[in-house]
Design a binder for this molecule. Sequence first.
Ligand SMILES: C[S@@+](CC[C@H](N)C(=O)[O-])C[C@H]1O[C@@H](n2cnc3c(N)ncnc32)[C@H](O)[C@@H]1O
Length: 348
Amino acid sequence: MNQKYSINQIAKILNISTNKLRFYEKKGLINPIRDDNNNYRYYTQEDLVKIHMILMYRALNLTIKDIKNLMENCTKNNIINHFYNQWEVINDEIQKMRLIKTSIEDIMDSIYESDEQNYTTNIIKSAKKLSKIQKIKENWEDRWNFDSWAKTYDQAIKEDTGKLKIYKNYEKILDEVFKKVTENMKNDIKVLEIGVGTGNLAKRFLDKDYNIVGVDQSRKMLNIAKEKFPKLKLRLGEFLKLPFENNKFDCIVSSYALHHLNDIEKNVAIEEMLRVLKEDGKIVMGDLMFENERSRKEILANFTEEQVAEVKDEYYSSIEFLKNEFGKHSKKVDYTKIDQLNYIVQVY
Ligand SMILES: C[S@@+](CC[C@H](N)C(=O)[O-])C[C@H]1O[C@@H](n2cnc3c(N)ncnc32)[C@H](O)[C@@H]1O
């Protein structure tokens, strides 16, 4: 027979107050049966499991509204979305705290190391830098709507319908990125792919038993990648807010992704990548770019209006820019030209 519990028994088992149980009932999260004779509440074993789940969701900071929604529409996609929401809130907080901590460290160093006048200037500088970086991190948005592209992305690559034919060497580029990482690194390394999309580059690492985790800002892209490669570890995240601790990865890879950030965002992304990369780690990225500003002008001058518009819809980088920016962090950049617009850069 299905066991029944009184409100006091449930409160004792789960170590919560009876008020809380009444509150969850009032909010429609649980619906205990009433005894015909004395109208007391009775809870079934299913209720017990439900309340346990509610407590777990509350511990994870989910709102009552979210919990209700979750329990009513308990599909896999729905649940992952709720946890993705939580994941984003927590990661944003960690990012903010980390920035504030670094800023305070800078200020404390400057108090010790500079004279009175300089350190007040340094405090103001540090506060300004903090709020500037915070804004850049918060303001990036997916104006290309990758969620809407996820289902047809692989087909779109094959058809390569754009005017620039940027995907004509797609497979070769992904192979080359994989080769450049693996030719002198063993497979016990930790690899991070940023902008993993539908998982086509990560697959190469997965097939050879590399420890790889893919990050993408598009939940739908992540869903497709997971459907294609159930063993692939995936995390929701952005170039500007990587959901990992410092110095975790031996290698970062990426393909066709960095050009969705403008130059200012790229600088913050570079700092963020170097934060999660080990001191002697390596970055290998295949992406759309030019060699330098002169060649950008020359190439664009020979493009049709539609081709120019396609280039300008995104933020193609240049080897010159990347050398410069990574150089500021004492990193070297080597590159291989694949075609007119596609390059592979190695940072070490
Ligand atoms: C053109 S697709 C490339 C996907 C995959 N790397 C490939 O080569 O097929 C760009 C991917 O980068 C992701 N992306 C773009 N900007 C991003 C950002 N700031 N942070 C994380 N992912 C980003 C998009 O969501 C999308 O999945």
